[in-house]
Ligand binder design. Sequence first.
Ligand code: GTP
Ligand code: MG
Length: 254
Amino acid sequence: VFRSSGLITLPSILLIGPSGSGKTSLLTLFERGTKAAATHISQTPIAVECSLPVGSVANSDRYRSENDPTNQAHKKFLLVDTPGHGKLRHHALENITNPQNLKGLIFLVDAATLSAGDEGLRQTADYLHDVLLLLQKRATGSKAAKALKEIPVLIAANKMDLFTALPAALVKSSLEAEISKVRTSRSKGLLDSGIGMGDAEDEKDDWLGEMGSINFKFSQMEEFDVSVEVVGGNVAGGEGPTVDKWWKWISERL
Ligand code: GTP
Ligand code: MG
């Protein structure tokens, strides 16, 4: 992505997640402030400059006096939207392996497609597994990726306005259970292909979270300095957007 030199120093928040979860809608809402615009399926990443809404203070500014002019100029950051389509995910993954002042990652999911047996649940878990594994393995990545010490991940459970949406606690447990399955089938796949044969180290590298555990839990990522939180909201629908808790999460990372 080309970025002008003025933007390159801004802290950035990366938006990723499966197609249709509402990433571009969220970007237009955050950029405009009141209402999300109509969107089409994204084919390329886009980065826009956003400002924290009036009243929220960035973590790095919390000790400044109220009269400090830096506080009045609202904290700006770059929000980077990526296409969720399976064939275009390299854009999102490149932003992780080659981060530009990355402060956090929002993995947006459609909470109405995560019921047991739903194809959406499998696809979402699959993508999230790969993203978390990449974060776990960042120590072996590029210099920039190595420099990322702690990575906060917000799993934003979107579309809570729909009656079929799972509440955040269930989004969390469903994803954990489904990622456990992904993890097991990936390690079997490695064994079957012979890639993992006789090389315990390789196998260990491709196993997400705690070795030897049967059930994956997001808390297992803490050992790799990746913190994961699941918070519900909605970008569109209902009686208007409910994104306050996501804004708060962002402000605490800036
Ligand atoms: P890709 O670009 O393909 O990766 O998808 P995306 O994640 O950018 O999804 P997009 O923002 O284009 O939204 C997909 C659809 O979901 C649109 O029709 C949105 O109007 C709708 N949508 C987004 N957020 C919400 C929400 O909170 N509630 C409801 N009901 N619909 C939503
Ligand atoms: Mg999009």
